[in-house]
Design a protein around this ligand. Structure first.
Ligand code: UTP
Length: 561
């Protein structure tokens, strides 16, 4: 039996097409009885690759052949399309319109499921842990479902993180982990599967991208269960951007007000900035769709049919096409209907790095990928697809993506560093701006430098749990006399009691923790507080500190109850 399983004949019976297509995998096999364990290992991997891809491995290979051919020929997916600015809402953080939509969104959140895509390893960040483990001082106590998409790279550590933190206050029944599988790497334009360097008995595999989330929400039955339970919306978010929940409520409000089937959270985008643009496309067949267009495809598309100057700023100083930050809101009704049609399989792409001008060989193996924002490509032309753009980028988008060295290089080039340092500092800024907006007196930022990033705005370090205040009006209700709250420069305010009412506090210097429900009437507080000390490189600091470039020295904190 063992020898038979390992024989070429057996594979041929099981999958004739695969043997034809991938003859090179088996051509060097020794006779039965030799290397049988290795043969079994390869076969079981092929079976696993076959069962985890919708349509099987042969379908993957045929999709790959077509996409590789298109790529070799340089065919333009937007040939003949006429772009225009899509329907959407641009909002100033904290404006009356923002607060009105935020309140509508907080009401709609009661009918919302949340989906975190967290299968990516975050190689650019240079952090060995999973990104989900980065400190953000958040924890949602509401009974809403949360699905987390993991991968083999992140699954066990995500599960362990949730358990070791008692699910951050959530009921474990609220949280479902769905794991995405990797896909086979391709060695050439004929889509021959690539073997792992150094192991002739294993196909090389790589991540398929966050677009797998739709297929998994379908195959797990989760999306349909949410809809059947009466939920109306699903919010997709990423593991890198702690600020997303400052903007999602208003975007949910926009989805509800405009009955959007698909709504992308966006920020203003400078012309040619390396960020996808939400664009409405009129196709030659008379249909139209609103899609994310990658920045390198946008300029030629605009030159051909919108503006001979291509991707340029308008008189606002920004491109009229909003920048996609890939936090998405779908209406569960139409989402589930669409999942039913195609099983949640969305369009893939391939991005080989060619070794020659004729595009006949690759520098290294490639694979098919898919992105969750491409879901609207298959929606009917009648679907309502739009965007919600938050004009203040720092309030909505400060992703933790780049290693200190890459972040410093980006900043030196005049670009946002998207570093762990700015991810944290922008979080404080957004919270301070919210406090200021509701009437508190907040000292302006000091200037800081960490990890070679200069002149950073360093606002008072203010954090509170989501249950204390999600939006502006909730924050107002927690501070009955906002003008009686004042924070000095470089102070620290931590609200740890989710029901605290803070009536008055003058924090001249130092740190305060609000740990009681109050109403808290504090006089003037001054202590040595906490200091953010730039890292001394030689000290072997933990990675979480190294990527941020500082460590926090806790000298003193006054607890208010
Ligand atoms: P990124 O584009 O930041 O990719 O992912 P990444 O793989 O995490 O990071 P780099 O490129 O290696 O530095 C955006 C979001 O999509 C998730 C990530 O976890 C992140 O939330 N993702 C990415 C997946 O869930 N699966 C994938 O295959 C890729």
């Amino acid at each position: 039996m063992a020898a038979a399983v390992a024989s070429k004949l057996d594979i041929l019976k099981a999958n004739e097409g695969l043997l034809d297509a991938e003859e090179h995998l088996f051509s060097g096999w020794p006779e039965p009885g030799k290397d049988d364990d290795n043969k079994r290992r390869l076969l079981s991997q092929l079976r696993q690759l076959d069962s985890s891809y919708a349509g099987g491995l042969l379908k993957y290979i045929s999709n790959a052949k077509k996409l590789l051919k298109d790529s070799k020929e340089g065919s333009n997916p937007f040939e003949g399309c006429v772009p225009s600015v899509p329907e959407g809402k641009k909002l100033d953080f904290g404006s009356d319109a923002f607060i009105e939509l935020e309140n509508a969104g907080i009401a709609a959140a009661a009918d919302t499921a949340f989906v975190l895509v967290a299968g990516g390893l975050g190689e650019r960040l240079g952090y060995s842990g999973i990104k989900l483990a980065l400190p953000a001082l958040n924890g949602n106590r509401r009974q809403l479902p949360l699905a987390i998409m993991t991968s083999d790279d992140t699954h066990a550590r995500t599960e362990a993180l949730l358990r070791s933190h008692a699910f951050f206050g959530a009921d474990p029944a609220q949280v479902t982990l769905v794991k995405q599988e990797k896909v086979a790497c391709l060695a050439d334009n004929d889509a021959r599967l690539a073997l792992t360097p150094g192991d002739a008995w294993a196909v090389q595999t790589k991540p398929h991208g966050h677009g797998d989330v739709h297929m998994l929400l379908h195959s797990s039955g989760l999306a349909a269960r949410w809809r059947d339970a009466g939920l109306r919306w699903a919010v997709f978010f990423q593991d890198t951007n702690a600020l997303v929940f400052r903007a999602i409520p208003a975007a949910l409000g926009v989805s509800a007000a405009r009955a959007f089937d698909f709504n992308s959270l966006a920020v203003p985008r400078r012309a040619k900035e390396a960020i996808g643009a939400i664009t409405k496309l009129a196709y030659p067949d008379g249909t139209s769709r609103t899609l994310n267009v990658e920045y390198n495809q946008l300029d030629p598309l605009l030159r051909a049919a919108y503006d001979p100057e291509g991707d340029t700023n308008d008189d606002t100083g920004f491109s009229p096409f909003p920048g996609n930050i890939n936090q998405l809101i779908v209406s569960l009704d139409s989402y589930c209907e669409e999942l039913q049609k195609k099983g949640g399989v969305i369009g893939e792409f391939v991005n080989p790095k060619y070794a020659d001008a004729g595009r006949t060989s690759f520098k290294s193996s490639t694979r098919l990928e898919c992105m969750m924002q491409d879901f609207p490509k298959d929606l009917p032309s009648t679907a309502r697809v739009g965007y919600t753009s938050i004009n203040q980028v720092w309030a909505a988008y400060s992703p933790v993506k780049n290693s200190p060295a890459d972040a410093a290089a980006k900043a030196a080039g005049g670009n946002p560093s998207h570093s762990a340092t700015t991810g944290e500092l922008d979080y404080y800024k957004a919270n301070c701006k919210m406090l200021e907006h509701v009437g508190a007196c907040i000292a302006g930022p000091s200037s800081a430098s960490f990890n070679g990033l200069e002149d950073l705005e360093f606002w008072p370090r203010v954090v509170w749990p989501p249950a204390w205040a999600i939006g502006f009006d909730q924050l107002k209700a927690r501070l009955p006399k906002p003008s009686a709250i004042s924070l000095g420069q470089d102070t620290v305010l931590i609200v740890s009691e989710p029901n605290a009412s803070l009536e008055s506090l003058t924090l001249e210097r130092g740190a305060v923790e609000v740990a009681g429900q109050g109403p808290i009437v504090a006089g003037t507080v001054s202590n040595d507080g906490w200091t953010w000390e730039p890292l001394d490189e030689d000290k072997g600091a933990p990675e979480e500190e190294v990527i941020r470039g500082f460590h926090v020295v806790r000298h003193a904190i006054e607890t208010l109850k």
